[in-house]
Design a protein around this ligand. Structure first.
Ligand SMILES: [Zn+2]
Length: 110
């Protein structure tokens, strides 16, 4: 059960998107930001009143970010999972996210 009102805002996670490439299209054009994914079906809110927590965001460029609210993106759970997993893997790989007491040695495909 996901607690109601759970919302994590992390300046570190948001800052980590700067200078990265888009996990969806691969472009590195300086527009990449942490994009909150529409995860209402997973019990997390999205939209102005109930954004999902920052750790459920993806590094997307301006163009792909614009597509996030499209019906296609909202219906494509695999695509949302893919961009979320790619972003989380990147954050572990660059040390932004860590698990206490564990060393990470990822061999990422991107
Ligand atoms: Zn993109």
């Amino acid at each position: 059960m996901i607690p109601k009102g759970h919302r994590l805002v992390s300046p570190a996670l948001r800052k980590a998107a700067a200078g990265e490439s888009c996990v969806l299209c691969g472009i590195q054009d300086g527009t990449i930001v942490l994009c909150h994914l529409p995860l209402n079906a997973w019990g997390f809110g999205s939209g102005k009143a109930l954004k999902c927590p920052d750790w459920l965001g993806a590094h997307l460029c301006h163009r792909c970010h614009s597509d996030v609210d499209s019906e296609k993106f909202r219906r494509d759970a695999e695509l949302r999972g893919k961009v979320l997993a790619a972003t989380l893997a990147r954050l572990f790989d660059n040390g932004t996210l860590q698990i206490k007491g564990e060393k990470h040695d990822l061999d990422l495909p991107f």
